[in-house]
Design a protein around this ligand. Structure first.
Ligand SMILES: Nc1ncnc2c1ncn2[C@@H]1O[C@H](COP(=O)(O)OP(=O)(O)O)[C@@H](O)[C@H]1O
Ligand SMILES: [Mg+2]
Length: 248
């Protein structure tokens, strides 16, 4: 199987990007796929959540050229991780003045072989780092909460993707929208979902991720929810998503 590079994006913070990257990645790996997660957010929540924080060999060093991708990859519970760090802020600053600044990650990932999926956890902004992710990716996955402002946010994401397709990556596809932190008892959530289904042409995954406290707890144990509590609704929902995702 050719490596599929998927950017998990949403320019807002707290919308389930990191949770989705980790748990979809873990579920894909338990289906037998070889998975690499890239922590491209300077806040490095993904690395922290999987307890792989590493002081001197992170994605920032790979961007800056002092380490190769092979040197920074670490393994955790069957998945591979390229850890992030706050130094990604320095990377961002140094990239801004470089030619081809949006292509660095694409070049770095061309060194990395043998994975079925590379999932990129993006920062909550449309920064040059996010631009790198969108330029390197084959597909985009958008986690969305069912709130009123979700619709406005989605328009902005689509605009950005459009611009990147035109300028840097004409083959970039939208893999789909995954509904996260879904509360079926809330009327507003159901209404927003119905509106989305009627008005958005992109795929909305049938597998929804329900609100589940185990998903919020798992990071303090340094584990995916599948390894923390495999019988929880959070684990069930991400397993179902992984099946649908890998068949889509
Ligand atoms: N389905 C869910 N149920 C309950 N809590 C969730 C769920 N998804 C995410 N969370 C929690 O919501 C917060 C924001 O999620 P996170 O994945 O970090 O968002 P982002 O990476 O987009 O900023 C985190 O504390 C996370 O544990
Ligand atoms: Mg995050």
């Amino acid at each position: 199987m050719k490596t599929k590079i998927v950017a998990v994006i949403n320019q807002k913070g707290g919308t389930g990007k990191t949770t989705t990257t980790i748990n979809l990645g873990s579920a894909l790996s338990k289906l037998g796929h070889k998975v690499l997660l890239l922590d491209l957010d300077p806040q490095s929540n993904l690395s922290y959540s999987l307890a792989v924080s590493s002081p001197d060999a992170t994605l920032a060093e790979a961007f800056l050229g002092s380490k190769s991708m092979q040197e920074i990859l670490v393994q955790k519970d069957g998945i591979w991780v390229a850890p992030g760090s706050n130094e990604l802020v320095d990377v961002e600053i140094s990239l801004v003045s470089q030619p081809d600044r949006e292509k660095f990650l694409k070049t770095l990932l061309s060194e990395v072989k043998g994975f079925d999926y590379v999932l990129i956890d993006c920062p909550p902004s449309l920064s040059v780092l996010t631009l790198n992710a969108l330029t390197a990716a084959h597909e985009v996955l958008i986690p969305l909460q069912m709130e009123v402002l979700t619709l406005q946010g989605l328009d902005q994401i689509m605009n950005t993707i459009n611009k990147v397709q035109k300028a840097f990556n004409p083959k970039l596809k939208i893999k789909g929208i995954v509904v996260v932190m879904f509360d079926v008892r809330r009327k507003l959530s159901l209404e927003v979902l119905e509106y989305l289904r009627e008005n958005v042409k992109e795929k909305i995954f049938d597998s929804q991720i329900r609100l589940n406290v185990k998903l919020a707890e798992a990071p303090s144990f340094g584990k995916s929810v599948l390894d923390y509590d495999g019988t929880s609704n959070g684990a069930k929902d991400y397993k179902a998503l992984a099946v649908e995702f890998s068949n889509a």
